[in-house]
Design a protein around this ligand. Structure first.
Ligand code: GH3
Ligand code: MG
Ligand code: MG
Length: 515
């Protein structure tokens, strides 16, 4: 006689299992659902077998149903394990763990299907109309192995779940607890069934696993529908890319544009108009420097406009065979740190009052400038400029007024020279400079005279007081035998001559004076 209520329960369990599987299939888009779907398929196969068994009318029909049940039973649990590991991003090695587990499961199914020949799973079986399970059997030597392996995999699954339930924040714990309960229900029912049939206390071989599977599917349905077990991570990942302040650009393997996040569009506004598939470097959307680094992770700075700096790190996306599929470029705005670094460099190279190079940095640059001029067969001039009676300015108007005069004199010096000439503050009110690319000595003298007269004509207004100043300049042409140091000494001697000659004048080194 068919037990109608049991058939009803199994049908409900089967329907809920199929429904939950379909829900996962249509509601979520990510790869993490694959093992979940396989798990649901296997649970459904198990239940189909079960239904077949409790409605069977003879031993062979019941045994055929058990063979179907074993397919579901042996494969559902490995897929539960794979799904859980996958969900927590625990990588189970394919060759060393996944494939051996699947082979073991297949071996168990095959052992069951061929048990009539070797009697390792069932030594004998008989049909019983009075029993709900319909089939009485005597277990063979391999029968326990099926359960031992299943419990091993379930233990690993529960271990992962418990570990993460403890680690996850309360807000996300509920769905893990539901997942835990969904697995615990059929586990307990199977343990009870196994123990009770072995001890002989369940002489009717009554199995409540289908009842437990209803609980499983209700829990799974809740974690999918209510707690978004699949979506939450996808949503978080998508949102993370949308909201991070780093620019994120995805290109295909031929540098054609695929997508970018809002931050990248802000950094490179042309990205807003770039269409998918457009070659990113041919239309100058991104700095061309990035095109040179193919298939490598690299980091470098890119200057956009005059004041923005970005660090770009390129990561290739490879497929399983290490063939490039796409390229991800991550841009971070490093303007702040670059500006700070430049300020620090500036502070180390420049005089804070006048903004001119300091002595140490001038020496470095002047050596290079002189070398370059020599290589290009150009004449170089080294000059010293000293403000006249500067001490009097300080004494008469105060130190702040003196500072202002110093700054003005420095500005005039820089303004009078060309961009490739060099000027530095050499001491208190003393400046040094190098002029290159002048062919005639008369031209050099004219330039120096222009500097002197500009300073003489300048009026510095300090607290409504008008301050005027003059300067003396000594200079020398750099001979082949000269070094920067000897040239500075000669310019200093010429400056001394200028002071001696009454100040507010230009004197050039005697070698040159003759000409
Ligand atoms: P001379 O025409 O012979 O060059 O006479 P001078 O007064 O310009 O020369 P002196 O070397 O006697 O004095 C230079 C003065 O420059 C002395 C010092 O107080 C002043 N001085 C040096 N550095 C600074 C500075 O950073 N700010 C101000 N306000 N004064 C400075
Ligand atoms: Mg002076
Ligand atoms: Mg001086």
């Amino acid at each position: 006689m068919i037990n109608a209520s049991l058939v009803f329960i199994v049908c409900i369990a089967l329907a809920s299992s199929i429904f939950t599987g379909l829900n996962a299939l249509f509601r979520s888009q990510i790869s993490k659902r694959n093992y979940f779907l396989l798990m649901q398929v296997m649970i459904s196969i198990y239940l189909i077998g079960h239904l077949q068994k409790i409605t069977s009318s003879n031993a062979e029909e019941a045994f055929a149903a058990v063979k179907v049940m074993y397919i579901g039973l042996c494969f559902a649990i490995p897929f539960v394990l794979f799904f859980t590991a996958d969900y927590f991003n625990i990588k189970l090695p394919l060759v060393f763990i996944k494939i051996p587990i699947l082979i073991q499961s297949l071996a168990m199914v095959l052992a069951m299907w061929t048990t009539k020949t070797h009697r390792l799973v069932y030594t004998s079986y008989a049909y019983s109309d009075t029993m709900s399970e319909r089939l009485i059997f005597a277990p063979g030597q391999l029968y326990s192995a099926i359960y031992i392996f299943s419990f091993l995999y379930l233990t690993a699954t529960f271990a992962m779940l418990v570990y993460h339930i403890k680690k996850w924040k309360k807000k996300y714990r509920t769905k893990l607890i539901l997942l835990f309960v969904s697995l615990l229900a059929p586990t307990i029912s199977t343990i009870v069934y196994f123990a009770s049939t072995n001890s002989g206390s369940n002489s009717h071989y009554f199995n409540v696993t289908p009842h437990a599977l209803i609980i499983t599917n209700i829990c799974l349905h809740l974690v999918i529908m209510r707690y978004n077990i699949f979506e939450i991570i996808t949503i978080a990942t998508v949102n993370a890319i949308e909201y991070v302040k780093e620019g994120f650009v995805v290109l295909d393997e031929h540098d054609n544009y695929l997508s970018s996040n809002p931050a990248a569009k802000n950094m490179f506004p042309t990205l807003k108009k770039t269409r998918r598939g457009e070659s990113i470097f041919s239309i100058d959307v991104l700095p061309p420097e990035l095109a040179d680094t193919k298939n490598v992770s690299n980091e470098f700075s890119v200057q956009i406009g005059c004041s923005k700096y970005f660090k770009a790190s390129i990561s290739p996306v490879l497929d399983k065979n290490k063939i490039p599929l796409a390229k991800i470029i991550l841009f971070s705005d490093i303007t702040e740190s670059v500006t700070l670094l430049k300020e620090l460099e500036n502070a180390a190279c420049r005089d804070s009052l006048t903004g001119l190079y300091n002595r140490r940095h001038f020496d470095e640059l002047a050596h290079t400038s002189i070398k370059r001029a020599r290589r290009m067969k150009q004449a170089s001039y080294v000059g010293m400029l000293d403000l006249d009676f500067f001490k009097n300015i300080n004494d008469t108007y105060g130190h702040s007024a003196g500072d202002m005069v110093l700054k003005t004199a420095a500005d005039i010096l820089v303004a009078s020279m060309r961009s490739y000439d060099l000027a530095a503050r050499y001491g208190g009110e003393e400046f040094v400079f190098v002029i290159t690319d002048i062919t005639q000595s008369s031209e050099a003298r004219k330039l120096l005279e222009r500097i002197r007269s500009s300073i003489e004509r300048c009026v510095v207004v300090y607290e409504n007081l008008e301050i005027t100043i003059t300067c003396s300049i000594g200079a020398t042409v750099l001979l082949k035998t000269d070094t920067l140091e000897t040239a500075i000494k000669k310019a200093d001697i010429a400056l001394y001559e200028a002071k001696k000659a009454g100040r507010n004048c230009v004197k050039m080194c005697p070698y040159f004076n003759q000409g």
